[in-house]
Structure formats: C-alpha cells, structure tokens
Design a protein around this ligand. Structure first.
Ligand code: NAG
Ligand code: NAG
Ligand code: NAG
Ligand code: NAG
Length: 425
C-alpha cells in the first residue's frame, strides 16, 4: 500500500522523468500498477475481488460483442455471448454500506496505477491504465460532469490537431458501471512514440466507480478485431506511422519500478533471451496456446493443454471453474473459500509453487504474487490469486493477469505475432 506522501512523490517523479530513452530506440514509460486485492490489514478483500471479477467478465463480454460486430464471428467453442455480469445482491448490499460510510477521497484504493500519455496539440497529459486485454483508448472529455474532478479532460476545441468523428463509444463494466461519449482523432504520444490521427473517445458520461478511479482512462493494447471504435489501437497506428523501429512493446510489472517499454524490449530489466510463443487465435487477444499448469513442480495432468490470454488489465488469474478446482485439489491443505465465486484458500505457511509452461521454461508465480491475503486475521489460510470463472471465452481458455505478469518480463510482438516471457533481473 502507498501512503499519501509516497503517492505525491511518485506523481512528481512520473511528471519529471516520464520518459527515459534506452538502447533499441524504444521508450520506457515508468508506471505503477495495481497493488493487490488485499486490504490494509493483510486480509483478503472479498467484495473487491468479486467486483473486479464482474468488471473483467463484462470487459470480455464487450470484447466479444465488438468481435462479433467487427468480424461476424465468435471464437471457436463460444456459441453465445454471456449476459451482463452483476455483483451478487448480498455483496452489492455490503458494498452499498461501505460506500455510505467511507468518505469519497478514501475510495481510491490504489487498485489502478497507470502511466502518462499526452493527447493533442499542445499536448495535454492523461494518466491511463495500459490494458493488453482491450483495444480502445478512452479518457474523460471536457464536458463530462460525471467524470472525477481530479481527472484530466480532453477539449477538442483547444487542440489544433483534433477532429470530431461520427458515432458514439460505449463501454459497460457492470449494470451501473461504464462510460460513453463521442469519438475524436488527435495526436497521441506514449513515451516519445507518436500516433497521429489516433481514434479515441473523450467520454461525457462516466459511472461513479470510474470517476472515483485513480486513472483517467484506459489505453488498449490488444488487436483491432475487438476495437469498439473499429479502428487501429494506438500501437498499430504508431506502427503505421513508422514511429517505432521494433514492433514490440513490453511490460515489467512490479511493486516498484513498473515500466511499459514501447518499440522494443528493455534489456535493463531481464536476463537471457525471450521465450516467444505464437499468438494462437485471430480473435483479437494476446492469446497463446499449449499451456500447462504445475503445482510444486508436478504438472496437473488432469487438465488438457489450454489457451491463455495475457492481460495487463486484469489483476489476478482466472481459469474455467472445473480446472481451477482441479488445481486446488493438488494443493495440500486447500479449502473452498466460496465455490460460487470460484475462490479457494491454502495454508499461508505452506504456499503452493504454482507455475505455467507453454512447452518451454516453467514460469513460477511467487508466493507474494499468489497470496491475496488471509481469509480472516489469524486464520492461517490465505486466498489464492487463481480463481474459477466462466468468462465466455470457451472451456479451454484461461486469463492470466498481473498476478502472473509480475513474475516475468512480458513482450508483446506485433511483428512476430507472439507473446514472450523472460526472466526478470
Ligand atoms: C458523418 O457525419 C456528417 C455530418 O452529419 C456526414 O456528412 C457524414 O457523411 C458522416 N460520415 C460518415 C462516414 O458517416
Ligand atoms: C498515422 O496513421 C494514421 C492512421 O493510419 C493516418 O491517418 C495518419 O495520417 C498517419 N500519420 C502519419 C504521420 O503517417
Ligand atoms: C525502487 O527501485 C529503485 C531502483 O531499482 C530503487 O532505487 C528504489 O529504492 C526502490 N524503491 C523502493 C520504495 O523500494
Ligand atoms: C510461429 O509463426 C511463424 C510465422 O509467423 C512460423 O514461421 C513459426 O513456425 C511458428 N512457430 C511455431 C512454433 O508454430
């Protein structure tokens, strides 16, 4: 958890040293990512975790709707788009109670930390969440009354390179959570990397959850197939604009020193070579196949090879409910925390070594990254950052978010159409 003073220092540091040039002609954007779904007292944030799950389920529902509209297709194994997910009523009541009790400013729970980008001429700075699991850029617009006062706002009238486009952008994260607004093009700069005539939405409506969030908006880094705007996402425009030498971007996610590197990989952060795996589908995700899961060095053999989506905009890891149950069956002392929510615990003093492999090295999730906190103070049981959830992605697709990405250096290569992992330094 950050204290307020360190937040201020961080913000100042980000402003003053937002861009660091490195070898390979790429650019590093330092940023701070989500901390965790653990409360300040070290216990598991149950409501927060289920809420995050609802948001992720609906993000993938939006992606499916976009894919179907853009390509006329759904992924193999997916026959219907799931209904909008909602927070279960019993948890919604708890959440409502909490909201009434807590002053607005304290609702910022450090869940989302982003990095700076600029939009327009002259450039205006925005603090966004870099999301490899979606494909659109949106930030608040100047006329948005419901958008948080602390957030940057885009005013097309003040940008000499801005243009209004037809249509409306809408994103729904839950019944009462989402954003919508008009569409523009303008110059977008991430690090030193410039995309001109980049499509984005400057939203004029934002739900309270988003308006209270610590990032202004989202910059999607997945493929055009799932773009709601039906336009190239930022990195693809940057490639079309010849703004990047290498068609690769890479993440280091860590408690300290997180970085998005645009236009290559930053060898300061990893050792050895990058183990690349071809993207296994053309449905718009950074999805790679041939995955297996391991507990304490043993392959969980009852689970056939599966597909994995690597998503920086998801906090934990999700798998099909039956497979996740099989994984925890292999964990000594594991217990069901809440079956309906797909949550399990394990003895805090004997954490499992959970690892994933795609046919090469085995990449282990560290204890710190697996532990979402104690079920209750002193219980000795900790909730694991792998949860069972039906995401409407098909029965063999897992979603690996920050809990996985924090253990590796992750490279996303458009030129090779592949995702790669390397050992963090
Ligand atoms: C966009 O809207 C303008 C004004 O209503 C219209 O003239 C134009 O044809 C529209 N363009 C497209 C591509 O729909
Ligand atoms: C950048 O790409 C966009 C979209 O393809 C295009 O409209 C724009 O003219 C390009 N700008 C440059 C400088 O190449
Ligand atoms: C963060 O990492 C940097 C460089 O690796 C180091 O100088 C700094 O002390 C670290 N800060 C914290 C709070 O750990
Ligand atoms: C990955 O894709 C490339 C083409 O982009 C192909 O040449 C290569 O054989 C593929 N590798 C594997 C392991 O399938």
């Amino acid at each position: 958890m950050f204290c307020k003073a360190s937040l201020v220092t961080l913000a100042l540091a980000l402003l003053s040293t937002a861009i660091t040039a490195h070898e390979h002609a790429g650019v590093a954007i330092p940023f701070q990512k989500r901390n965790s779904l653990t409360k300040a007292d070290g216990t598991f944030d149950y409501v927060g975790t289920v809420k995050h799950g609802v948001k992720i389920a609906n993000k993938y529902r939006n992606n499916l709707l976009n894919l179907q509209r853009n390509t006329g297709q759904l992924p193999p194994q997916v026959s219907v788009i799931p209904p909008l997910a909602a927070l279960p009523a019993r948890l919604a009541a708890l959440e409502h109670e909490k909201r009434q009790k807590v002053p607005l400013t304290d609702l910022n729970d450090d869940e989302e930390w982003g990095g700076h980008i600029t939009i327009g001429t002259p450039p205006v700075s925005f603090f966004v969440d870099f999301d490899t699991g979606s494909s659109d850029l949106w930030i608040p617009g100047s006329s948005c009354m419901s958008c948080g006062a602390q957030h940057g706002k885009y005013d097309q009238g003040k940008s000499s390179t801005g243009a209004k486009k037809n249509g409306t952008f809408t994103i729904t994260y839950a019944d009462e959570s989402g954003a919508s607004g008009p569409i523009y093009t303008d110059t977008v700069v991430v690090g030193g990397v410039k995309a001109t005539a980049q499509y984005f939405s400057a939203v004029t409506e934002e739900s309270s959850e988003l308006s209270e969030g610590s990032t202004d908006g989202i910059l999607g880094l997945a493929f055009p197939a799932i773009s709601n705007l039906r336009q190239n996402p930022f990195f693809f425009t940057a490639i079309a604009n010849k703004s990047v030498e290498q068609h690769v971007f890479a993440f280091k996610l860590a408690a300290n020193g997180s970085e998005l590197y645009v236009g290559g990989t930053n060898t300061a952060h990893y050792s050895g070579s990058i183990e690349y795996h071809n993207v296994s589908s053309d449905i718009g995700y950074w999805e790679i196949g041939g995955a297996s899961v391991h507990v304490d060095g043993e392959t969980v053999s009852d689970i056939p090879e599966f597909e994995t989506i690597i998503d920086s905009g998801t906090t934990i890891m999700y798998g099909p409910p039956a497979d996740v149950k099989t994984v925890y069956d292999a964990v000594k002392g594991s217990k069901v925390y809440n079956e309906g929510d797909g949550l399990y615990s394990y003895p805090c003093d004997s954490p499992p070594a959970l690892a994933f492999s795609w046919g090469g090295k085995s990449w282990t999730v560290s204890e710190a990254n697996f532990n979402l906190g104690e079920t209750e103070p002193g219980s000795g049981d900790c909730v694991g950052a792998l949860s069972g959830m039906n995401l409407g992605l098909g029965s063999e697709v897992w979603l690996l978010g920050d809990s996985f990405m924090k253990n590796v250096y992750t490279a996303f290569s458009v030129s090779q159409n592949a995702v790669g992992f390397a050992t963090l330094k």
